[in-house]
Design a protein around this ligand. Structure first.
Ligand code: GCU
Length: 339
């Protein structure tokens, strides 16, 4: 058996030695390993809790041969770094947001658009449909040694600011809006009238606090777990996009598992996904309450104004055949009568 040790650079630039693993990476031969997972959320976030459950499942169902070590709070770096670490095999797994994958393959844009998903149920239906997402999820295997195993919802994303409510895009005029790092996200900020400022998630609290940015957009759970309400107390319920996080794995590691272990691994992941949806709904309500208790004001606004402002991005960004195919496949699973 070949022993492998992984040396990686952590966020702060400090070299850090991840546990040496004992498995072999020959295809189908690996009977156990320590899987390290990079996450940018806190330990109280539904993604951490669901992943932790997955780790327990794996350990119990393989008699401890496979274990999962989750590194929350960007300990292994922001998502752009985590993506690189999974690609080169220094870290086996990561949760990354849709826009990050768009930077590797533009076809992922089809699932990042504001009009792709109606709601969480629709999004889960799309993720479970291999005909729609199967090829896309394997499209990074040759180029980046990455396979997408599935996704967690990010729920609805809304706008929040340091300065007051956003009732129409006019209220964002001239304001610096933090966005995730991708072309589509830059265009989204501009379509909303703001000046786009791409920034990693972990830098956002201080970005809002110091005035580097005036606004951001995210779901209620991130708003609360990151305590952004302390520095940006105006939440406007724009619900402009149902976001998607992906679970990615280094393809050499995935292929190294025995067929039986891979099956157990995927069964555990399926449980984690189902648990995540339940946790998500609960966490969203709790997060609103937490933010309000912490001094935030929730502004109910006319969502359709934001939908209309973002609508032109669909034609602008859907340009390749694959993008159109995936987008149309996703839309075909919508239960809305009128498109
Ligand atoms: C959500 C999402 C993260 C993402 C973050 C962001 O919290 O779950 O994956 O990084 O938004 O806006 O950067």
């Amino acid at each position: 058996m070949r022993r492998h040790t992984r040396l990686i650079g952590a966020a702060a630039g400090t070299a850090m030695l991840l546990a040496a693993c004992s498995g072999t990476l020959e295809p189908g031969q690996n009977e156990g390993d320590v899987l390290h997972l990079a996450l940018n959320q806190t330990e109280t976030h539904p993604s951490y809790i669901a992943l932790d459950h997955w780790g327990d499942y794996l350990e119990e169902n393989t008699d401890g041969r496979w274990t999962l070590e989750i590194y929350p709070n960007e300990t292994l770096g922001a998502q752009a770094e985590a993506l690189q670490l999974v690609s080169d095999g220094s870290v086996e797994l990561a949760i990354v947001s849709g826009p990050q994958l768009e930077n590797l393959n533009k076809d992922f844009i089809a699932l990042n658009l504001p009009t792709t998903f109606d709601n969480i149920d629709h999004q889960m239906k799309v993720l479970a449909d291999d005909e729609v997402v199967g090829e896309l999820f394997n499209s990074l295997r040759e180029t980046n040694n990455i396979v997408v195993l599935g996704g967690f919802t990010q729920g609805n994303r809304s706008v929040y600011t340091t300065f007051g409510p956003v009732e129409t895009p006019d209220d964002l005029n001239g304001m610096k809006l933090r966005v995730q790092e991708s072309e589509l996200n830059l265009a989204m900020a501009e379509a909303l009238g703001a000046s786009a400022t791409p920034m990693a998630y972990g830098e956002l609290y201080s970005g809002l606090q110091s005035g580097v940015v005036d606004a951001a957009e995210n779901n209620e759970v991130s708003y609360a777990t990151q305590r952004h309400y302390e520095v940006a107390p105006h939440w406007s319920q724009t619900n402009h996009l149902v976001g998607l996080d992906y679970l990615i794995i280094n393809s050499t590691m995935l292929d190294s598992m025995t067929d039986e272990d891979r099956e157990t691994f995927m069964e555990g992941w399926d449980e984690a996904r189902a648990l995540h949806v339940d946790l998500w709904l609960e966490a969203t309500d709790d997060s609103i309450a937490q933010a309000e208790e912490g001094g935030a004001t929730i502004h109910i606004v006319d969502e359709t104004i934001f939908d209309e402002a973002l609508e032109p991005l669909v034609d602008q960004f859907l340009t390749t055949d694959t993008q159109l195919e995936v987008y149309e496949g996703a839309r075909a699973l919508s239960e809305k009568d009128v498109e």
